[in-house]
Design a binder for this molecule. Sequence first.
Ligand SMILES: Nc1ncnc2c1ncn2[C@@H]1O[C@H](COP(=O)(O)OP(=O)(O)OP(=O)(O)O)[C@@H](O)[C@H]1O
Ligand SMILES: [Mg+2]
Length: 764
Amino acid sequence: MQNTRRCISLICVTRQSPSLRATYGAVAAARCLHRAPPQSSRKKHETNVSTLFKPVQVQANVDCEDVGSELVGKLEKSELLKILNKFTQRRETKSLCSENGLDSYLQQQAFGSFRRYCIEAENLPVDLHIIFSDIMQGAGHIDDIFPYFLRHAKTVFPHLDCMDDLKKISDLRQPANWYTNARALTRKIVFHSGPTNSGKTYHAMERYLSAKTGVYCGPLKLLATEVYNKANERGTPCDLVTGEERKFGISDNSPANHVACTVEMTSVNTPYEVAVIDEIQQIRDPQRGWAWTRAFLGLIADEVHVCGEAGALELLQKICETTGETVEVRRYDRLTELTVEDSALGSLDNVMPGDCIVCFSKHDIYTVSREIEARGKEVAVIYGGLPPGTKLAQAAKFNDPANSCKVMVATDAIGMGLNLSIRRIIFYSLVKPTMNERGEREIDTISVSSALQIAGRAGRFRTQWEHGYVTAFKSEDLQTLQRILAQTPDPLKQAGLHPTADQIELYAYHLPNSSLSNLMDIFVNLCTVDDSLYFMCNIEDFKFLAEMIQHVPLPLRARYVFCCAPINRKMPFVCSMFLKIARQYSRNEPITFEFIKSNCGWPFKLPKTILDLVHLESVFDVMDLYRFMDLFPEAGNVREAQKELDEIIQQGVFQITRLLKNTEASQEGETPNYSMRRVTHVKEPRLPSASRGRLTDRLLAQGLLTPGMLSELRKEWDAQQVGQAAAAAASTSSKESQESPTDDSDDEDSYPGSYKKTRRKRRK
Ligand SMILES: Nc1ncnc2c1ncn2[C@@H]1O[C@H](COP(=O)(O)OP(=O)(O)OP(=O)(O)O)[C@@H](O)[C@H]1O
Ligand SMILES: [Mg+2]
């Protein structure tokens, strides 16, 4: 009888796949041979990556007949457990696991899953049943279990079978080879190197304007807009491409030969005679650096003109060694003088015409502008969250010598490349919230590069103030500031990279059960980059969005594109609209202008308080999102609505101090005192009942919820209550509130939006 059983078990084994048979052979060898040591030490990050692979639930055996029991009798569960425990504790088992890619974490997970599978199953697959039976009868060896365990482990962790493929896909050591069209040319690379205000962009632009075709890639929408305006003024028709928008220089639907765009938007498929990549030192930016790398490696242009800090040269030269190109360097000196003052401003009483106070939080912007206006001086305000039209209008007002507004309050949104008529930069503080490599927020002293960039806005060539000055607001900051400004920025060491949609799609093919956020994590942990030149950019924003829409059924491509959206995750309203848009898209329902209108509170009213203003800024962002996706009809209507919104926001910012007063008044329970054009006086809604009061109070105070939004929410809430009472069928609508993103916001200003995007058209 024992012989018969043994025979059956061997037949079962020989019916297994070749790999299982090979493993079985290895098991046999393991019994008698001296074991070779486990595979050589893995790279540190590979050990941790195991924890990212989520175990797949293995279905119980679906055979309804318990053939195993019929053939060899039932298995005693307590005996089975003993065997399993012995199996998992054997040194030989662990050693075989390591050889098959299961480190101690995966072993633990797979052992647990296998044990549960064997114990809880009504009936086991016949081959496994017989193996256990043989072992119980003394006719089999405990190591015979291994091939079956491995089969189970590979079902739980499918990556065990495709690690080599995954590593190959995420081998990013030669990004230059991704761009075959650019590699087919030997491009002329010119690096315009120098400090701020030395004419780098000017000289690159001169070449761009004289070319037959050209593209300008800048870090900010505002800079791209400046180039677009200058080119068209100088008679070179130029289009503006920011987000999904294309503003035509000649006439609608007749593209010009010159394009100005934000760097993420640049096409690496269109050939140009001249390409300009501005502020190349941003290639090291932990969030957006990949966009400069992509442009630098991928632009198809006879000449690529790169402008930036001298410290970028060595890195660019090294990268060019991988493309077979050489870098021609043109060096420039600062065109005007810049003096660091030896006394701090001390008080806002000492503000003078031409001063620009730079703050690193919106809160400081509000406080400072209010205090300056209280001293009878008009202020122009620029911060990251404002629409481009508003920023330009504020800049124009301040730049105009005939305008009574002589003082600017701004965040470092003005820090790069902009030409403003500033006499003196005053650093209100020297600390700035930043994001570390793990995507966590930290407060840090500003970098030398960023301080020099900001200081460099003072005393611009060919403006009213050709001698610039810099100082700190607080006297205790002055020495630190002087020390920072006396330094030269560190040479750049690495350029950013980011996984492409194609790479992630291949990953998903191998790991179909993983979420997008999980795939990104695995990719980042498995990828190989040449760290003498490159680093992997921070993917936290991408992951945040991926997790938010994980439960919405979407094809992977669409999901990827959605997650590239330039969203400020501190804005709950924008995030919830993002979710709604994704859901609408997933249902294949058009995202009409009507949808946007009804969700964004159309028609827009002039803001009465800062909270209203913050909300309008969010609505503007939502509309940007609408166009970013490139998926929706009626883009023209949205563009028109955005223009109007931009104007309304402009008027709001123009009266920012009044809005602040109203905000305070409404928080103290007074009736807001304002008189603005086009305002329809809307009664402030009462705060909802105490049970909802504390959260809403906080959201109101933080500017994340406006009284208008609150009123809408209450209406929705009441409608829902009525609906629920009337019919049980109305139960679907409450999901929205459960899915609202968590409020991790604070009132610091955001970074310039991370417009990381790969444009993909919806495949119908
Ligand atoms: N040779 C020139 N003739 C006329 N105007 C010039 C010349 N060089 C520079 N400018 C003007 O001086 C200002 C500063 O130049 P530009 O913006 O090119 O400096 P930059 O080195 O790029 O500064 P940043 O580092 O801040 O970007 C611009 O308004 C530019 O038009
Ligand atoms: Mg410049």
